[in-house]
Design a protein around this ligand. Structure first.
Ligand code: NCD
Length: 307
């Protein structure tokens, strides 16, 4: 099995076998959780080109590269680059690629940006989030977190809750889950934020799914509850945020009646949709989930670089 040189634009750039292979490869890198730096990627350089705010994705790719012993070329703030002068994405990527970097990690507000970058760059491109469409490495770390908990993905009941319409993590997670067997997904959201038809059409027949508005209707069935924030910056009418915020908040009492081994996940950042009181519950996994992101991204980088 080889991922060497592979562009990762979509979750569908992986097969199920490759996803499971990456879980195992990530487990071999567990030392980096304890702060060890491995000299696997010495002399290798990853360009971190982020055109949108990010904390975890940027830092975990950076940490992953450094823990593998490699280095990063950080694109920095968009305002300090020639993008502010009107340079196109294609020109920027072509130029960074020309410097001879080994990998380009790209986050961009436009859907399709990573595909374009992958077309112009010789170096492999990893999509670190493009608009509302996809965030494949988030799905990878989400599944890795579930797999570490349950040792499998098949047969699980997953509740995906929140802004399923404008968020990219619910789409990528749905696509990733659709590669496994007998998974049931409950899409829990107020009507204006329900999952897009385009996503459902791609998972139809592969997962069983049910849309609902109230977590209480399904809480007793879930093995995983994946909560997401309202994507305020992507709403077509920003004033809608005031109407939508507060429509749902997960608190300890919303989890009443849940399975004993339910895990609560969140890609983070959270705003008001997940109460801090849940952090103290045995179900909370979102901070471990973020750490898992560093490890599985390190495994992915190692495989893409053929190390
Ligand atoms: C997510 C994203 O950027 O899509 N964050 C992340 O990468 N962990 C979720 C979000 O911003 O709501």
């Amino acid at each position: 099995m080889t991922l060497k040189g592979r562009d990762i634009v979509s979750v569908f750039d992986f097969s199920r076998d490759e996803i499971e292979y990456l879980f195992k490869k990530a487990e071999e890198l567990n030392d980096i959780r304890r702060g060890r730096t491995l000299n696997i990627a010495t002399g290798k350089l990853a360009a971190i080109t982020f055109f949108e705010p990010s904390t975890r994705t940027r830092l975990s790719f950076t940490m992953a590269m450094k823990r593998l012993g490699g280095d990063i070329l950080d694109f920095g703030e968009v305002e300090r680059t020639s993008i502010a002068k009107g340079e196109t994405l294609a020109d920027t990527i072509r130029m960074i690629d020309g410097y001879g970097v080994d990998l380009i990690v790209l986050r961009h507000p436009s859907e399709g940006a990573s595909k374009l970058a992958a077309e112009v760059a010789e170096a492999p491109v990893i999509n670190a989030g493009d608009g509302s469409r996809e965030h494949p490495t988030q799905a990878l770390l989400d599944l890795y977190t579930i797999w570490r908990e349950y040792s499998c993905i098949d047969g699980l009941n997953v509740g995906v809750m929140g802004d399923l319409k404008y968020g990219r993590t619910p789409s990528s997670l749905s696509y990733a889950l659709s590669m496994f067997s007998n998974v049931k997904v409950y899409y829990i959201a107020p009507k204006p934020l329900q999952i897009r038809e385009e996503v459902l059409s791609r998972v139809k027949g592969k997962i069983e799914y049910l849309k609902c508005e109230d977590l209480r209707e399904v809480i007793d069935k879930l093995d995983v509850l994946y909560v997401t924030r309202i994507q305020r910056e992507r709403l077509p009418h920003p004033e809608d945020y005031e109407k939508l915020k507060g429509l749902y908040t997960v608190t300890p009492s919303s989890l009443k009646g849940c399975k004993d081994n339910l895990i609560v996940m969140h890609p983070l950042p959270r705003v008001t949709e997940l109460s801090h009181e849940v952090d103290e519950m045995k179900h909370a996994r979102y901070f471990q989930q973020a750490v898992n992101g560093m490890v599985i991204r390190a495994a992915l980088i190692k495989e893409i670089l053929g190390l």
